[in-house]
Design a binder for this molecule. Structure first.
Ligand SMILES: Cc1cc2nc3c(=O)[nH]c(=O)nc-3n(C[C@H](O)[C@H](O)[C@H](O)COP(=O)(O)OP(=O)(O)OC[C@H]3O[C@@H](n4cnc5c(N)ncnc54)[C@H](O)[C@@H]3O)c2cc1C
Length: 384
């Protein structure tokens, strides 16, 4: 079933979002505070556990349903960046965790008792080249001892668990650079202050991101997900879902901007007529709509392939790139259409403008998508 089909879910999410209007998001944005009440409302309504199988208390719905939820949040003017990670990080546990881990954690996540919002991959020294991470986990009896540093790890202060990628074998000792990495499930309630230091990192939008410093953090071996040394492949598996979900958010953003632009252009009168009568104002908005609907088709296609059990690496990447560019183009036109008012905080446009810019950099930057498509789809030579 494709994304557009979830009209009941869409209507219900849109209704929930009405309780969290622009003033709610503006106030939090100003203080850089986490939208706790909003996230709790999503948990209570069961939206953050739609991908968790029914046997663990979730709804067992496909990724397309999750896309519809996130798109509607963005389309309503909200920001799903505060909670989207729970949808895709859970996949690593679901696909690669053992029975005990799944029983212990998935039901508690589905009920809202535990939050799995944090996903720790990026490091200052490795950047996009994940194989160069140096955060190291060394086995010591029943524990791994973790030391190193991560950066831009979001929602750690608002999560109970974190999926963490570490090196268990040094890169130079591995046959392939993608080997020797492992995934640990870190219980943040125990870790913070006991080997893990969290330092908030203020960014241009309200995203609750942090730097993490690991100094001999002890993580029980039972918290290793899957096989030691295969972690990179587990993380890659989750990235398709992450990119498709974030692409859906970008479609929501783009549609929000377009609605604002077309509405304002039809109402605002200058020189005795609505500004939208002028094709110089009208055409860019029409172009945004065309670009967004084309991107939405790619998002839907990628989600359908994912739901059919495929590994749509290129489609997920293409969907994310097209959707993030459509959202950014629509954001730019929205500011232009509103003239000076586009910069006034009370219109929410400047906030959404800042928020949607992120998605051309994270979770993967546009250049890396172009590189993926050039080398995987078009079989051109690799540059790295
Ligand atoms: C607000 C925010 C939240 C985030 N949340 C998380 C999180 O929760 N967990 C997490 O693990 N990470 C998170 N990230 C990190 C994010 O995924 C990275 O910032 C992103 O992947 C880019 O990595 P980098 O910043 O190290 O850029 P770099 O890798 O240093 O790249 C810098 C620029 O160089 C370009 N570039 C690099 N190499 C090449 C090349 N070979 N060819 C062409 N161009 C190249 C890139 O495209 C980019 O434009 C977050 C980032 C931000 C800003």
């Amino acid at each position: 079933m494709s994304i557009e089909s979830y009209s009941d879910i869409r209507d219900a999410v849109a209704k929930l979002c009405l309780e969290f209007p622009g003033s709610y998001w503006r106030e939090l944005d100003e203080k850089r505070e986490y939208p706790t009440a909003f996230v709790q409302a999503l948990v209570d309504a069961g939206y953050l556990s739609v991908l968790i199988p029914e046997q663990y208390g979730g709804s067992g719905l496909p990724l397309s349903a999750a896309c519809a939820i996130l798109e509607e949040i963005q389309r309503s003017g909200g920001n799903a960046g505060a909670c989207h990670a729970q949808m895709y990080t859970m996949g690593t546990l679901l696909r690669h965790g053992n029975t005990q881990q799944k029983e212990k954690y998935l039901s508690a996540i589905a009920s809202g008792e535990l939050r799995l919002q944090a996903f720790g991959v990026t490091e200052p020294g490795s950047g996009t080249d994940t194989t160069r991470i140096t955060t190291r986990a060394v086995r010591d009896g029943d524990h791994y001892v973790v030391s190193g540093q991560k950066v831009f790890i979001s929602r750690v202060e608002h999560s109970d668990l974190m999926v963490l990628l570490v090196r268990t074998t040094a890169r130079e000792d591995c046959k392939k650079r993608t080997d020797g990495m492992s995934v640990l499930l870190v219980d943040l309630r125990e870790a913070v202050g006991n080997g893990l230091t969290v330092k908030p990192l203020r960014t241009m939008m309200n995203h609750a991101t942090t730097e993490l410093f690991f100094d001999q953090l002890r993580v029980p071996v039972e918290n290793l997900i899957g096989e030691e040394g295969s972690g990179f492949h587990y993380i890659l598996d989750g990235m398709n879902a992450e990119r498709i979900l974030i692409a859906a958010e970008c479609i929501g953003d783009a549609r929000w901007f377009i609605e604002k632009s077309s509405g304002y252009a039809s109402e605002r009168e200058v020189f005795g007529r609505p500004i939208g009568v002028n094709q110089g104002v009208q055409f860019p908005i029409a172009r945004n709509h065309i670009q967004t609907e084309a991107a939405a088709l790619m998002v839907r296609h990628a989600a359908d392939l994912f739901d059919a059990g495929e590994r749509p690496g290129s489609e997920a990447n293409m969907a994310k790139m097209l959707a993030s560019e459509a959202a950014w183009a629509a954001a730019d036109v929205c500011i232009q259409t509103h003239g000076g008012y586009g910069f006034a905080e009370e219109y929410d446009i400047e906030r959404k403008f800042r928020e949607t810019r992120l998605y051309q950099v994270a979770p993967i930057s546009t250049n890396l998508i172009l590189s993926h498509v050039a080398t995987h789809e078009l079989k051109m030579p690799k540059s790295f």
